[in-house]
Design a protein around this ligand. Structure first.
Ligand code: ADP
Length: 723
C-alpha cells in the first residue's frame, strides 16, 4: 500500500517532467503505460487477476510496458484527476461518474464469461443465510442488518440499493445496521458467519467462492431472485460489465492500439491464463447513468454536482480577483460614504451659516426665479412686511409686494425693476419706491436687485435687498422743515436789517408822488396847466406808485414762508430781483455792481425763495466785507454761466479783503462769524439750501484778492433732456 501511494505521489509530482523526458528516453527503453484497476478484492488478487492482461498488452504493443496499478475505491478519483494513470479499469458506476467529471472514455467492455459463454453484463445479488426462515422476500429485509462491499461498489451495493428503492426501502434508514466489508469475499463470509443478516455482492461472486470451496451455495438464500435466463444468481437488473477506459490525456492512437489488442485477445492468448472471456466493443452505459440519477448519486447528486469547493478550486483566481475588487469597492464605498457624510455635515453647516447670515441682516432679502416667483425670504423680510415665508415662496413677488405705485396707479409687471434685472442681467438700485405689507399698507423702500447666477454662470433669477426708509424720509422731511424755519428766520432778520434802507427807498417814490400830486393841484387851481402836462405828471405819479408797489410786493414775497414745491427758475431773473431789494444798501455802501449774466443759461429746478436767500446772503456778505475794510474800490461782480451741460454756476465776487486762513476751516459751519452783530448762520444756511437742491456751494480759493463764492445748481430735468 505504502509502495503504491509513493508510486502515485511520484507519478503525480513528476508526471509533466516524465512526459517531457520520458517521451524521448523511455521510448527507446520501453514506455511505461499504467493501468489503474479497482482493487475490490485486495491488491494481491488484483495483480493476480489483471497482471496477465498487462503482460498481454506489453507483448502486443512492444516495446511499451503495461503495468497494473491497484486502486482502492477512494484512490481512483485522485489518480484520474492527477493523471497518474493512462488507462482505467473500474466498475461501471465509478466509470459513469468519472466519464462526466473527468471526460474518461471507454474503449472496450469486459466480457466476464468464459470462452464458451461470453458475459458482458452483470448484476447484484441480495442474500441471506438459507436458515433465515424470517427473511424470504425483499419486504422482509427491513429492520435487519445489512453488509455491502463499498458505498461506491456498483454490483456490491448500488444495484441492490436501486432494487430496494423500487420497493420503497432505504439501506440508510430501514436497517438496524449498515456496514461495508471492503471486498466481496468479506461480505459473503460475514453473512455466512451470521455477523450480518443480509449481504449484497455482484453476480458470480457466490458461484466462484463455491467453486473454490469457500462456501456452499445451499447455505445461502437469494432474495428477490430474477429469472431471466442469466447464468448467475442475481437479485437486480443487469448492467454492462466493467469498461476499460482511456484518460483524457491518453493519446487516441495509443487508445486505439490498446482497444485493438484487447478485442483480439481471445484469438491470441499466448500471455497466459485469464479469468475472463475477453473484451467486446464498448457497451452503452445509459442504464448505469439512469440508476445513479435515480439514486441521486454523483455526478447526479444535487450537492456534488458542482460544489462551492469545486467552484473555488476551479475559479480561485477569478474569485480572488473578485474578492479583492469587492474589498476595494467596500473600502472605497466606505470612504465615499464617509466623505458624503462629511459633505452633508458641511452642507448643513453652510446652510445654517447662510440662514444665520441672512437672518441677521436687518434689511429684507428675498430671491426671485425667472418666472418672478419668490424662492426664499429672510427673517427681516417677514418682520418688515408681515408676509410669512409660506405667503411668499412660490408666489409672484410683484403681485404681492409691488403691484401699485404710491399714487394708486398700477405698477406694470413689465416695468418692475426686479424683472428687468434678470432680463438685462444687470444689477439695479432703486432709491425710492413703494412696497406693500400684508396689512394693506405701503411703505417707502430703497432696494437693490442683483442677478443671481448658477455654477455655470447662467442667470437663474435675482436677489432683492430692500430697506424700509420711512424713518429716513421722516427725518429728511423734518430737516427740510427745520431748514425752512431757519431760512425764514434769517429772512426776517435780513428784513429787519433792511427795513431802514427800504423805508428810505420807499420814501423816494412816495415823496415824488406827493410832490407831483401837490404840483398838479396847484397848477389846476391856477388854471395854468394844459391837459398834456397834467397827463404827463399823472403818468410820473403812476410810475412812482408802481415802483413803490413793486418794492412792497418784493418785500412781501421775500418775507412770506417757503413755497412748497420747486419750479423751473431763471437765475438771471432771481439775481435781478435780489439786487433790486439790496439797491438801497448797495447805494449806501458805494459799491459798483457788475453784472456778467449769461442770457443763454437754462432754467434750474429750485425753490425760488431759498435760492434768493442764498444770493442775498452772498451779496450782503460781500458788501459788508468791503464796507468793513479799507479797500479803495468797492466792486461787486455777479456772474452766471453754464457748468457743463447739466448745471448753472453763479459766482459772487468782491474786491474786499478776502477770507482769512483762520476763517476758512469752519467757514460753512453754523455760528462762525467775524462780525460783532453777526449770527454766523448765513453761509451754513446757504450751503444747506444748495445741497438740498443737489448742488454745491464753495469758496473759490484761487482768487488773489477779495472773495469769490460760487454755487452750482442742476438743470431742470426737462431742460437737461432737451439740451
Ligand atoms: P455772518 O455774516 O452772520 O457772520 P455768515 O455765515 O454769512 O455769517 O458769514 C460767516 C463769516 O464769513 C463772516 O462773519 C465773514 O467773516 C466771512 N465772510 C463771508 N463772506 C465774506 C466775504 N465776501 N469776504 C470776506 N469774508 C466773508
Amino acid at each position: 500500500m505504502t509502495n503504491r501511494k509513493y508510486h502515485l505521489f511520484a507519478a503525480n509530482i513528476s508526471l509533466s517532467l516524465l512526459l517531457l523526458i520520458a517521451s524521448g528516453l523511455v521510448h527507446a527503453s520501453g514506455e511505461i503505460i499504467r493501468i489503474g484497476v479497482l482493487s475490490h478484492r485486495g491488491d494481491a488478487v488484483t495483480h493476480q487477476m489483471w497482471g496477465s492482461t498487462a503482460n498481454y498488452l506489453s507483448y502486443a504493443l512492444h516495446p511499451k510496458k503495461f503495468e497494473v496499478i491497484p486502486l482502492d475505491f477512494d484512490e481512483v478519483e485522485p489518480a484520474v484527476k492527477d493523471a497518474a494513470i493512462d488507462f482505467l479499469l473500474v466498475n461501471s458506476g465509478i466509470y459513469v461518474n468519472l466519464e462526466v467529471r473527468y471526460r474518461i472514455s471507454r474503449i472496450v467492455t469486459l466480457d466476464n464469461g468464459t470462452q464458451e459463454r461470453p458475459l458482458n453484463v452483470f448484476g447484484g445479488v441480495i442474500f441471506t443465510r438459507a436458515d433465515r426462515s424470517d427473511i424470504n422476500r425483499l419486504a422482509d429485509i427491513r429492520g435487519h442488518s445489512l453488509i455491502a462491499v463499498d458505498e461506491t461498489s456498483l454490483g456490491g451495493f448500488q444495484m441492490a440499493w436501486g432494487e430496494m428503492k423500487k420497493a420503497q426501502l432505504s439501506p440508510y434508514e430501514d436497517f438496524t445496521e449498515l456496514a461495508f466489508g471492503g471486498t466481496h469475499d468479506k461480505v459473503v463470509m460475514a453473512v455466512k458467519q451470521g455477523e450480518f443478516d443480509i449481504g449484497t455482492v455482484r453476480t458470480n461472486i457466490l458461484e466462484r467462492m463455491a467453486d473454490k470451496g469457500d462456501i456452499e451455495l445451499k447455505d445461502f438464500k437469494i432474495i428477490n431472485p430474477y429469472q431471466n435466463g442469466f447464468t448467475y444468481l442475481h437479485s437486480t437488473h443487469l448492467y454492462p460489465e466493467w469498461p476499460f477506459s482511456k484518460l483524457q490525456h491518453t493519446s487516441n492512437q495509443l487508445a486505439r492500439q490498446v482497444a485493438v489488442a484487447l478485442l483480439n485477445m481471445q484469438a491470441s492468448r499466448p500471455a497466459g491464463n485469464f479469468h475472463y472471456a475477453g473484451w467486446t466493443v464498448p457497451l452503452d452505459y445509459q442504464d448505469v447513468h439512469e440508476l445513479f440519477r435515480n439514486l441521486q448519486l454523483p455526478p447526479y447528486d444535487p450537492q456534488h454536482r458542482f460544489t462551492l469547493l469545486d467552484a473555488i478550486e476551479r475559479y480561485w483566481r477569478w474569485l480572488l480577483m473578485a474578492l479583492t475588487f469587492l474589498m476595494m469597492m467596500a473600502v472605497m464605498s466606505t470612504w465615499v460614504s464617509r466623505l458624503n457624510r462629511q459633505l452633508k455635515k458641511s452642507n448643513l453647516y453652510l446652510e445654517h451659516q447662510h440662514d444665520l447670515v441672512l437672518d441677521s441682516v436687518c434689511d429684507g432679502i428675498y430671491g426671485v426665479d425667472l418666472e418672478g416667483n419668490c424662492t426664499f425670504v429672510n427673517r427681516s423680510m417677514k418682520s418688515i412686511t408681515g408676509w410669512q415665508a409660506e405667503d411668499l415662496i412660490g408666489y409672484n413677488q410683484h403681485q404681492i409686494l409691488h403691484h401699485t405705485h404710491v399714487d394708486g396707479t398700477p405698477h406694470k409687471p413689465d416695468e418692475c425693476p426686479v424683472y428687468l434685472t434678470f432680463q438685462s442681467n444687470e444689477p439695479r438700485f432703486v432709491e425710492d419706491d413703494l412696497f406693500w405689507k400684508k396689512d394693506g399698507s405701503g411703505f417707502p423702500v430703497e432696494y437693490s436687485s442683483t442677478p443671481m447666477q448658477d455654477h455655470k454662470g447662467e442667470t437663474v433669477g435675482s436677489v432683492v435687498v430692500f430697506r424700509d426708509i420711512s424713518e429716513r424720509k421722516k427725518a429728511e422731511e423734518e430737516a427740510r422743515r427745520h431748514q425752512t424755519e431757519l431760512a425764514h428766520m434769517a429772512r426776517l432778520n435780513t428784513m429787519g436789517e433792511m427795513a431802514s434802507g427800504i423805508a428810505h427807498e420807499l420814501n423816494q417814490p412816495l415823496t415824488a408822488i406827493a410832490t407831483n400830486a401837490y404840483a398838479s393841484i396847484q397848477m389846476l387851481e391856477s388854471g395854468n396847466i394844459s391837459n398834456e402836462k397834467l397827463a404827463d405828471i399823472m403818468e410820473k405819479i403812476g410810475h412812482q406808485a408802481e415802483r413803490s408797489g413793486e418794492i412792497i410786493r418784493q418785500l412781501r414775497q421775500f418775507v412770506r414762508k417757503e413755497q412748497p414745491q420747486r419750479c423751473p427758475l431763471d437765475l438771471n431773473e432771481l439775481i435781478e430781483e435780489v439786487l433790486m431789494l439790496l439797491r438801497p444798501e448797495v447805494r449806501k455802501a458805494g459799491v459798483t455792481v457788475q453784472r456778467n449774466l449769461d442770457r443763454s443759461i437754462k432754467k434750474v429746478m429750485a425753490q425760488r425763495i431759498q435760492i434768493e436767500q442764498v444770493i442775498l446772503n452772498l451779496v450782503k456778505n460781500a458788501i459788508e466785507a468791503m464796507v468793513n475794510s479799507d479797500v479803495e474800490t468797492r466792486r461787486l461782480a455777479i456772474t452766471t454761466g453754464m457748468g457743463g451741460s447739466h448745471s448753472v454756476i453763479v459766482s459772487v465776487e468782491d474786491s474786499g479783503p478776502g477770507i482769512s486762513s483762520e476763517m476758512r476751516d469752519g467757514l460753512f459751519d453754523p455760528f462762525i462769524t467775524s462780525k460783532k452783530k453777526g449770527l454766523g448762520l448765513g453761509l451754513s444756511i446757504s450751503l444747506g439750501i444748495i445741497e438740498a437742491h443737489q448742488g454745491n456751494l464753495y469758496l473759490d480759493s484761487s482768487s488773489g484778492e477779495g472773495a469769490i463764492f460760487r454755487f452750482a445748481l442742476p438743470l431742470d430735468h426737462e431742460e437737461a433732456t432737451h439740451e
